[in-house]
Design a protein around this ligand. Structure first.
Ligand SMILES: Cc1cc2nc3c(=O)[nH]c(=O)nc-3n(C[C@H](O)[C@H](O)[C@H](O)COP(=O)(O)O)c2cc1C
Length: 184
């Protein structure tokens, strides 16, 4: 299967990256094709509301950037993994800009296209205890559900402040790797 993973933290090899990479390690071990993208390095803007996708003037998006070039691959993917740190009570800005750019996956009547039937996994990391931000995972589940996608797992981790704090929660990294091994 084709897996695309998106890391929404500007912190290289931070907590979010460690969990997403653990899932990807497991997926690769099980023979899946995995591509990982660091959203902070894509320099993508949010949606500019030109409506070109809704008016079906373009295949995907009028914006000429790396994210638009990825859309055809997203359409071919079986799995999307989206990891984000919690920033100011929500997903990070680069993650929100990424999600706002999913408008080409809606038809003009606002029903979903291209993504229905694909599976997704979410990862969130916060400084506060995990339970404090289950609402952000609920938001992501609602959003991907709106796109007709199937939930294949949510990893919610808290008590993570320094870049390497995730190493202290090795049982969650093992859980993430196992999740990746079992993708189906
Ligand atoms: C700009 C900014 C805003 C943050 N806002 C919150 C927050 O609202 N709640 C929280 O619990 N942690 C917050 N944090 C802490 C991060 O969510 C936490 O350190 C997370 O583990 C970072 O993940 P990373 O290592 O992948 O970047 C914030 C961190 C930054 C840099």
């Amino acid at each position: 299967m084709k897996v695309m993973a998106f890391i929404g933290s500007p912190r290289r090899d931070g907590n979010t990256a460690k969990i997403v990479n653990a899932i990807c390690k497991g997926a690769k071990e099980s023979g899946h094709e995995v591509d990982v993208y660091n959203l902070s390095e894509m320099n993508h803007q949010g949606c500019i509301a030109c409506d070109a996708c809704q008016l079906e003037k373009v295949d995907f998006c009028s914006m000429d950037d790396k994210l638009t070039k990825l859309f055809p691959q997203i359409v071919k993917a079986d799995y999307l993994i989206v990891g984000t740190p919690i920033y100011m009570l929500q997903v990070s800005g680069v993650t929100k800009n990424f999600l706002d750019r999913f408008r080409p996956f809606l038809k003009p009547d606002l029903t979903a296209k291209h993504l229905p039937g694909k599976k997704y996994i979410t990862v969130t990391c916060s400084g506060a205890p995990a339970a404090a931000f289950s609402n952000v995972t609920e938001y992501l589940n609602q959003l991907f559900g709106y796109f007709g996608m199937e939930n294949a797992g949510n990893i919610i981790v808290g008590d993570l402040n320094e870049r390497d704090d995730m190493i202290r929660q090795s049982e969650i990294l093992e859980e993430a790797e196992n999740m990746g091994k079992k993708l189906s």
